[in-house]
Design a protein around this ligand. Structure first.
Ligand SMILES: [Zn+2]
Length: 202
């Protein structure tokens, strides 16, 4: 079900059910005619390159920022199945290849006895959303292969993701000279950490 609110005297769509794809938490006070109770919503993550975008105006509703060098731990339950399609007209559903864990990289993975190779792969883990809980904004990470998502309950849980983003930022700066990209990744890491630092409702 679509979620709608008023912004600048116009009706805007802010999301679908509990996923507010088109609204960041820091934009809540800018809209009217919407009841945030009970607050069970997942907000759009504040991606730094979207800081100037108005509520409701975001494109790519399900955007996620890749977390290089980090994979979803194998003991996390909740991946969906992934459909495989062969040109000769075969279709198969297998457990998500990212559900079996293993080191980050492009090596083939064994999914229930089937060796799955990666080719033009973009099934990586991503930073997706923020979920308000007990005054903290918990980061929600997702699996780009199957679409499953999990929230990182504590700063300690979020730390490996923060470390991975900062490590990639440092690689961008030192090895590739990409200053802007490095700043961008560090800012995402900062914003993940800030969500756990203080009560955002205080
Ligand atoms: Zn998955």
């Amino acid at each position: 079900m679509g979620e709608y609110a008023t912004y600048k005297e116009q009706e805007i769509k802010i999301g679908t059910c509990e996923d507010l794809y088109y609204l960041r938490f820091d934009q809540r006070d800018r809209i009217r005619d919407y009841d945030f109770t009970p607050d069970v919503f997942r907000y759009r993550f504040p991606f730094p390159d979207e800081d100037g975008i108005e509520p409701g105006a975001f494109s790519d509703h399900d955007r996620g920022e890749r977390i290089p060098g980090w994979t979803i731990p194998a003991d996390w339950i909740g991946h969906y199945s992934v459909q495989f399609i062969a040109q000769a007209g075969y279709v198969a559903s297998l457990p998500c290849p990212e559900s079996v864990g293993g080191p980050p990289g492009l090596d083939p993975v064994d999914v229930g006895g089937v060796k799955v190779h990666r080719n033009g792969w973009h099934g990586h883990a991503v930073v997706k959303q923020q979920r308000l809980l007990n005054g903290q904004l918990l980061t929600v990470v997702g699996c780009n292969a199957c679409g499953a998502a999990w929230r990182l309950e504590t700063l300690e849980d979020a730390e490996p993701v923060i470390v991975a983003l900062r490590a990639e930022a440092d690689r961008e700066r030192r090895l590739r000279g990409q200053e802007a990209r490095a700043d961008y990744l560090h800012t995402i890491a900062d914003r993940i950490a800030q969500g756990y630092a203080v009560s955002v409702l205080a």
